[in-house]
Design a protein around this ligand. Structure first.
Ligand SMILES: *Cc1c(COP(=O)(O)O)cnc(C)c1O
Length: 410
């Protein structure tokens, strides 16, 4: 990254003039915190006492035996407080807010997971908290809205435009322009204007730091491959950073293939050919957009992967061929989820299951003394209704992956 927050040709900070000073101050505060080793120690202490860190690296023997190839290990980000890796990011930003002396945080959320995590952090740090959410999403995500409000946050339903995530983003920025002196905007992933990608990647790097140590202790050598699902890219960047300087470790990001790449109904910005370069929401990356630069509607069974942009850091690593990208369809995801539940008694989130799909496709190519890691970004409890619904129409059961080996669960 150079000084302007570019990763190769990607990233930057395309922000309105009025926010310039706020971003400058944020960057100065963040760089000072990053250079201060006591800040990172405070962060680690907090994550240990509040969010179950270090999260375990679980050896999945039944799955490994099923595919008959690589030893499969699962990094258990689902065991974080609030059930996903999002806690790593929001708690880190909370410490930064405390350091900056601000008293209020705002965030936007689609599926509500980032909203819940932010409300949790605000309660813990005694901050005022406002969450912007499309009216459509408020109705779809009742339980999350309930908990945000019970933890003291104000949830504002956004009624403009399509009443979903992108309208909520616009509203949250409008708030920030008028409140920036005392308010911090809690970015949910490794996207947006500089310094957010760098900041969120730094907090999430705790995943990779732990995973590298854990796999060396458990397996005696580095993994052959590391798999992670990619929405904005924060859990993937989190674990990948532990292995970026190990050229023998292949890094694989898995995007939402939705109804299949050919259907146009997916969120694959880097896998496949549908993504194109653009500038939106304050940064430059590969977006899913039409010929006029209008953002396309994306689709995924996993709400957390249903996003038009992707981290500029990952786009750079993709361009440099350091990270390989693949896509998993909704049907493949259901098959992988069911197999993981039956074989290991573990319920991955629909998002995380995308990483499992690609790992399952490739496990058989490797031999028994090689290891792979799947980053399990979160737990599937939140997806109970979607999963139950999918089980009513089990056409995905026919799904065949891993060189013709069917997902037989018995
Ligand atoms: C939000 C979320 C994601 C997607 O976000 P990234 O920034 O790509 O990590 C993935 N998994 C879970 C469980 C989530 O809650």
């Amino acid at each position: 990254m150079n000084r302007q927050g570019y990763y190769g040709a990607w990233g930057g900070a395309f922000i309105p003039e009025v926010l310039y000073e706020t971003f400058r101050e944020l960057n100065i505060a963040f760089q000072a915190a990053k250079a201060d080793s006591s800040f990172w120690r405070e962060y680690i202490d907090l994550m240990q006492s509040y969010s179950c860190r270090p999260t375990p690296l679980t050896r999945a023997d039944n799955l490994s035996d099923h595919f008959g190839g690589a030893r499969i290990y699962i990094k258990r980000e689902d065991l974080n407080h609030t059930g996903a890796h999002k806690a790593n990011n929001v708690m880190g930003q909370g410490l930064l807010v405390k350091r900056m002396g601000k008293k209020r945080v705002i965030a936007e959320t689609g599926a509500g997971q980032h909203g819940v995590a932010t409300a949790t952090m605000a309660a813990k740090f005694g901050l005022e908290c406002t969450i912007y959410m499309g009216e459509e999403d408020v109705m779809r995500q009742r339980p999350n809205v309930f908990w945000m409000e019970k933890m003291g946050a104000t949830v504002i339903p956004v009624t403009s435009g399509s009443r979903t995530l992108k309208d909520a983003i616009n509203e949250a920025f409008r708030d920030w322009v008028s409140s920036m002196d005392g308010t911090h905007y809690v970015m949910g992933t490794v996207c947006g204007p500089h310094p957010f990608p760098e900041m969120v990647a730094w907090f999430q790097s705790i995943i990779g730091l732990e995973a590298r140590e854990q796999i060396l202790a458990a397996h005696g050598e580095l993994p052959a491959r590391v798999f992670a699902c990619v929405g904005g890219g924060s859990n993937a960047m989190g674990i990948f950073q532990g292995f970026l300087n190990d050229p023998s470790v292949e890094l694989i990001g898995v995007e939402a293939g939705g109804h299949g790449l050919a259907s146009g109904q997916h969120a694959a910005r880097l896998a496949g050919d549908d993504g194109s370069a653009g500038v939106a929401q304050g940064y430059k990356t590969m977006f899913l957009q039409n010929d006029d630069g209008q953002m396309r509607d994306t689709h995924s069974v996993a709400a957390g992967l249903d996003y038009v942009g992707v981290s500029p850091i990952l786009t750079d690593l993709w361009e440099k061929k350091r990270v390989r990208f693949a896509a998993a369809t909704d049907q493949e995801v259901m098959a992988a989820l069911e197999l993981t539940m039956k074989k290991e008694g573990i319920i991955p989130a629909l998002e995380s299951s995308h990483g499992f799909v690609q790992a399952f496709k490739e496990a058989g190519e490797l031999n028994k003394d090689q290891a792979i890691i799947i980053n399990m970004s979160g737990r599937g409890d939140k997806d109970i209704f979607t999963i139950a619904h999918a089980f009513n129409d089990p056409s995905w059961k026919q799904f065949i992956i891993n060189k013709g080996k069917e997902y037989a669960t018995d």
